[in-house]
Design a protein around this ligand. Structure first.
Ligand code: AN7
Length: 381
């Protein structure tokens, strides 16, 4: 019996919550860390600073069990892998996918292999993958090299791939869109989101579309055909405009082609050859949205703004959603009166190095006496 069955009020993860909309059957053994159900935090201070009449909410996915949105897809992918008899999973990762895969594999009691790019993964993510007992394989290459190798492993070794090319991942991740609509009782006008491998923007579009009673034209759920009979009963009739942001040094959707040597301080989205290329383009086109890119400086400024004015500490890759939103409000692309949601994909604690490096001088060093501390207080009130 499910260990949570005796506690009906206990939140037990997104598969239980959205079971009717997910590819599980009643006797599926669910591998969960009670992920999902993350807060939608009003960013009133950020909104006020724009000087415009906008309402902004952050879907803070950094509050998932391993600190990123990846847990939504991973509970589905690992549940399916275990149900299908897999004894091992594998992924390439810029960090968060590996941390999540390692955690769900640990919970399921299966082996986990993660391929990470040399020297370009935030410390917290590496720590997670290591302590959670995965086999960490560091390659002398970038994420895209890792992704290519992982795809080769599908035939070469008995491992299930849990990157977002696995359609169960997107199925899990679409639930974030459900939660947003459930919380607001409507769809937002705009949804702003970082884009790396492009699975998440694709998954949100599936989720918003299902709730609007619409099957995405692309059959992006990975389970539908044109003859799909699944009814998608509408919950709210509208969908947001989807806006995807990339780091300037890793912006294949802006370039219109893959980037061979992507570079950005936001290592989570240091990806040059996104696997969900067509799905992400479909999301943007079908919603009349757009892609845009931001410099590392703009990303870090937004990260600091969120931390300093809202107390929300997200990682650099996440802050790009707010950086882009603020610029698009300023440019008038997002008009007054809009209700906007932003996905903050990962927690700031994932990457303490970058946070500390951009806060120079913010630790005062004083002698251990009351006078010195009093002076420090009065000087800084
Ligand atoms: C914090 O972990 O690709 O566009 O291997 O960690 O769905 O890829 C991470 C991606 C945004 C981009 N924000 O999402 C990985 C990985 C954070 C991320 C993205 C990632 P997708």
């Amino acid at each position: 019996m499910n260990s949570t069955a005796s506690y009906p009020n206990l939140y037990s993860g997104l598969i239980e919550r959205y079971r009717a909309r997910l590819p599980v059957v009643p006797d599926t053994r669910i591998i969960t860390l009670s992920e999902g159900n993350t807060p939608l935090i009003p960013l009133d201070n950020v909104a006020r600073a724009t000087g415009r009449d906008v309402k902004i909410f952050a879907k803070f996915e950094g509050l998932n069990p391993t600190g990123s949105f990846k847990d939504r897809g991973m509970t589905m992918a690992v549940t399916q892998a275990v149900g299908g008899g897999s004894r091992a999973i594998i992924c390439a990762s810029t960090g968060n996918t590996s941390a999540s895969a390692a955690a769900y594999a640990a919970r399921a009691g299966i082996r986990c292999f993660v391929l990470i790019p040399e020297g370009k993964i935030a410390l917290g993510k590496l720590a997670q993958a290591m302590i959670e007992g995965s086999v960490v394989i560091q390659i002398k290459g970038n994420f895209d090299d890792g992704m290519r190798i992982v795809k080769d492993m599908a035939d070469a070794a008995p491992v299930a791939i849990v990157n977002s090319i696995n359609p169960y991942r997107l199925q899990g991740q679409k639930t974030a869109a459900f939660e947003i609509v459930d919380a607001l009782d409507r769809a937002p006008d705009y949804h702003c989101i970082p884009v790396g491998n492009a699975g998440n923007i694709s998954a949100y579009w599936v989720g918003f579309s299902e709730y609007a009673g619409i099957r995405p034209k692309t059959a992006a759920c990975g389970f539908c055909t044109d003859t799909c009979a699944y009814p998608f009963p509408a919950v709210v009739p509208t969908r947001p405009v989807m806006v995807g942001y990339q780091a300037a040094g890793a912006a294949p959707f802006i370039a219109g082609h893959p980037i061979e040597f992507p570079e950005t301080i936001a290592t989570a989205i240091r990806i040059g050859n996104p696997q969900s290329w067509d799905l992400a383009w479909a999301a943007v086109r079908e919603s009349d949205g757009w892609f845009d890119s931001l410099s590392d400086d703009e990303i870090l400024t937004a990260q600091r703004l969120l931390a300093e004015t809202e107390g929300v500490f997200c990682e650099p890759a996440s802050a790009i959603a707010v950086a882009g939103l603020l610029r698009d409000i300023d440019r008038g692309k997002i008009p007054d009166g809009s209700l906007i949601t932003c996905t903050l994909t990962g927690h700031g604690l994932k990457d303490p190095d970058t946070a500390i490096k951009q806060s120079p001088g913010s630790v005062l060093e004083v002698p251990a006496n009351s006078d010195a501390v009093k002076r420090a207080i009065l000087d800084n009130l």
